[in-house]
Design a protein around this ligand. Structure first.
Ligand code: PAF
Length: 298
């Protein structure tokens, strides 16, 4: 496994790898901000299965953090990340500095409209511009055939898919399933911020999603309004939970499903998406489903 910290070094290595293969070989990119966990491991495994060369990037991207957010304190552990990457058969780990990625003040940004103004985009203005800008830089530098992202950040996946389509980028976005702890908590690098009590109460996120899915299955929640109400009521039963949003939207369009819409009438995929704060820690979770399939189980 090679650890490369410069853009020129990475380009050189990828070029020489391409020259050694007759077909050029396929490249898979796993972009991360480090402090890797089993969720990232699942992306690395999928990338390894689908690519000849796998590049893992580790970069805590300052431009996707807003003022007062946790950029400075975002957990970092390069040594542990490198050991995990090696165990997952990564070929190249790209760890640039901020200076390497943004040598001068950034004057160009990639902005995806509409999809970025709701859910996490509403409370984190500019966040997705930072994500789309850094991911398009990584795509331009690495030229991967595929890039792998976790569906815990489902809005991020929708935004990146839109960017790739709109800009005709020659890369396939591969969404990968959410990985959870045994008790249901979705894995996140930010889970380390939770106190023991917050960690216990945070289980309300996955429980609310599962309970509402059950309620849909047995006909107790039939409209979007009923689903939203149930999500809110269940999450409010955890005293420390402060809801930022509990939404029902179409996916990947992210159009809000009107209150009186019967879920069974919806075509395509629907997402129930949550952002909930426990103390200073903001957690997100979601459940993606196809109503026709869920509700036909009734
Ligand atoms: O999902 C993340 O960890 C980040 O948003 C990403 C895609 C690596 C961009 O910095």
């Amino acid at each position: 496994m090679k650890v490369i910290r410069t853009i020129s070094g990475l380009r050189q290595e990828l070029n020489s790898l391409k020259q050694t293969r007759k077909d050029g070989g396929s490249v898979g990119l796993v972009p991360t901000m480090g402090f890797l966990h089993a969720g990232h491991a699942s992306l690395m495994t999928r990338a390894r299965e689908m690519s000849d060369t796998v590049v893992l990037s580790i970069f805590v991207n300052p431009i996707q953090f807003g003022p007062g957010e946790d950029y400075e304190t975002y957990p970092r552990d390069e040594e542990r990340d490198l050991a995990l990457a090696e165990r997952h058969g990564i070929d190249i780990v790209f760890i640039p500095t901020v200076q390497e990625m943004y040598p001068k003040q950034v004057k160009t940004k990639i902005v995806v409209s509409e999809l970025t103004s709701l859910l996490c985009g509403a409370s984190r203005p500019g966040h997705f511009d930072g994500v789309t800008t850094v991911v398009s830089k990584l795509i331009n530098i690495i030229k991967p055939n595929r890039a792998f992202f976790g569906l815990k950040d489902a809005q991020q996946v929708a935004v990146l898919q839109q960017m790739v389509t709109d800009l005709n980028l020659d890369v396939e976005i591969i969404p990968c399933p959410i990985i959870r702890e045994k008790d249901g908590l979705a894995l996140s690098s930010r889970n380390v911020y939770l106190s023991q009590e917050e960690r216990t109460q945070a289980l309300i996120l996955s429980r609310s999603l599962n309970d509402v899915r059950e309620a849909m299955n047995c006909g107790k929640a039939t409209t979007a309004a009923e689903a939203r109400l149930m999500l809110n009521e269940i999450i409010h039963s955890a005293p420390l939970a402060v809801i930022e949003y509990a939404e029902v939207l179409s996916f990947p369009e992210l159009s809000r499903v009107e209150d009186d819409t019967l879920l069974v009438d919806l075509q395509g995929q629907v997402i129930m998406a949550l952002a909930v704060k426990f103390g200073k820690t903001r957690l997100i979770d979601n459940l993606l489903f196809t109503p026709k399939e869920v509700l036909s189980l009734v």
